[in-house]
Ligand binder design. Structure first.
Ligand SMILES: [Zn+2]
Length: 59
């Protein structure tokens, strides 16, 4: 499963694929992959550092 963040409302959710519309705001938003791929960090599945970024695409 992948964690996604809605670029419009910031909603976080877990899904295999990106939905057509955001489950929270209902808009056709861009979704950012905020999954944490570092098991050692002990986070809940998403990376808080990515979530905190306004645009996680810019690393
Ligand atoms: Zn949204």
């Amino acid at each position: 499963m992948t964690w996604w963040k809605c670029s419009n409302c910031g909603y976080l959710f877990e899904a295999d694929t990106i939905p057509e519309k955001c489950p929270n705001c209902g808009e056709k938003c861009t979704f950012y992959d905020v999954t944490c791929y570092t098991p050692e960090c002990g986070c809940q599945g998403y990376d808080p550092k990515l979530v905190a970024r306004k645009d996680p695409r810019i690393l």
